[in-house]
Write a protein that binds this ligand. Structure first.
Ligand SMILES: [Zn+2]
Length: 479
């Protein structure tokens, strides 16, 4: 199916619920036609769970919605590859920090790929942006927002009167008592947070004006978002548990350094729960994507399930809900197959007002997404439309041309939903040629050569599998 590239509703307003101010706002990008989007990425110390994946799929729908409108999108997602958790994980696995985090970064890209998440424009790694973080801390230092203690640098929140404007946290309330529970006594105030942490023995560290050390987690996102998106950009997203302290601290650091607004709209996805309960390893209801796919190998159904609930509502994951999602995806797929058949059938006239109904569908679908990304409303528009079109196929009123119009409309909607099967991936000709060379090496029993080519392809992210039916290949990681 050809994807329709025409903007669905050029000029229509997108309403988004801004956590900053807690209200729906009419969204307009700072630069006309260009949406700059920062999406907090994974800390690569374990395999992400399905709750994390729900947030990444929500961000993907947001991205695809703007693309479908004809906007350009620059999306940045960081990879946190140095922090307490990654350092501890690498130490207990007996691996270097880069080897340890590379493994989980690869697992992450594999998971989001299976869920049809489009790649962001930039995936900056924290370890590759330490100089930018040091620069930002220096700017904060020059503007009087920091203090140093035993080789670490802290942000003094009392110098930033707007602190709390995102999360609504009342510092006067929380200040009392917290001090005692906090084990970082070197801070002047319990809520002050580390921008730079002094090196501890055996930990990775970088030279800085304050001595050897490493960046704090929050400064990573401020430095990398501003590097790729500018000091003032459109949208910053994450999960609800990022609101405080992570995003509150990002605002303090970024606005403290620049003296002007950092981000216009903050969006936060709610949690995913399982069978009505919080996911936890001890309860045995903690799932990764592999866990889910082992029981039902249908990534599109998982994606659909995520879309079936608005991102600001808690999503209750159950196996029944996943079955229902799989059935819904099947209905969309069968309708697409039927339309394709009618389009090839050559029926010339039928009476179904195809163009008019397709336009109505496109409007209703876009209106759902423009309403703070209300995906269930957009899905309802899909099923209303498919019901009409199916009835028209049944009673013979849909002609071949009308079926093509309907196919285009469904394909355009799927450009955002991403649940229809994707066209089989085509390998670059040069890699096909290497696979053919290996096959002929195997035929002449030159196994040294065939193993050499297999390893060469593996290094490029193509894994070969020899089956009785011939050689199959699959891609690993993000490459
Ligand atoms: Zn972040």
């Amino acid at each position: 199916m050809e994807e329709d590239r025409a903007p669905a509703r050029a000029g229509a307003v997108v309403k988004l619920y801004n956590t900053l101010g807690r209200r729906l706002v009419d969204f307009t990008p700072i630069e006309a036609g260009h949406v700059r989007l920062y999406t907090c990425g994974p800390t690569v110390y374990n395999v992400v769970h399905i709750g994390n994946l729900r947030t990444f799929v929500f961000e993907d729908v947001l991205r695809r919605h703007f693309l479908a409108r004809g906007d350009r999108v620059t999306q940045v997602m960081n990879l946190t590859d140095v922090d307490d958790k990654t350092i501890r994980g690498a130490q207990s696995a007996g691996l270097s920090l880069p080897d340890f985090t590379a493994k989980y970064a690869e697992a992450f890209f594999r998971d989001i790929g299976r869920l049809g998440v489009q790649p962001a424009e930039h995936y900056p790694k924290a370890t590759e942006h330490v100089p930018e973080m040091i620069d930002l801390i220096r700017r904060l230092e020059q503007r009087g927002h920091t203090y140093e203690s035993e080789g670490s640098v802290y942000f003094r929140i009392s110098t930033f009167p707007d602190y709390g404007k995102l999360s609504g946290i009342d510092l006067e309330q929380t200040r009392r008592g917290d001090r005692v529970a906090d084990d970082e006594y070197e801070k002047e105030d319990a809520k002050d947070f580390a921008l730079w942490k002094a090196a501890k023995p055996g930990e990775p560290s970088w030279p800085s004006p304050w001595g050897e050390g490493r960046p704090g987690w929050h400064i990573e996102c401020s430095a990398m978002s501003m590097k790729y998106l500018g000091e003032h950009f459109d949208i910053h997203t994450g999960a609800v548990d990022n609101v405080f302290p992570h995003h509150e601290n990002e605002i303090a650091q970024s606005e403290g350094a620049t003296g002007h607004p950092f981000v216009d709209v903050w969006l936060h996805a709610e949690h995913l729960i399982v069978d009505g309960e919080k996911m936890s390893k001890s309860k045995g209801n903690f799932y990764t994507l592999d866990d889910v796919l082992a029981r039902r190998d249908d990534p599109a159904a998982v994606r659909y399930l995520f879309l079936s609930v608005p991102y600001r509502k808690k999503l209750n994951f159950t196996w029944e809900a996943l079955s229902a999602a799989a059935a819904a995806v099947d209905r969309i797929r069968s309708a697409a197959v039927r339309l394709e058949e009618v389009s090839r059938g050559g029926r010339r006239s039928g009476g179904f007002p195809s163009a008019e109904r397709a336009a109505g569908f496109r409007t209703a679908f876009a209106a759902g997404l423009e309403d703070d990304l209300n995906t269930p409303e957009a899905l309802a528009a899909v099923f209303n439309y498919l019901r009409e079109v199916n009835a028209a196929v049944d009673d013979g009123s849909l002609d071949a041309e009308g079926a093509r119009v309907a196919m285009d409309a469904v394909a355009a909607a799927d450009g955002v939903l991403g649940v229809l099967p994707r066209a089989p991936e085509v390998l670059p000709a040069e890699i096909e040629e290497r696979i053919a060379a290996r096959n002929s090496a195997r035929k002449r029993r030159d196994f040294r050569e065939s193993d050499r080519i297999r390893d060469e392809l593996a290094a490029r992210g193509i894994v070969l599998e020899d089956t009785p039916g011939g050689t199959r290949w699959k891609k690993t990681g993000s490459v």
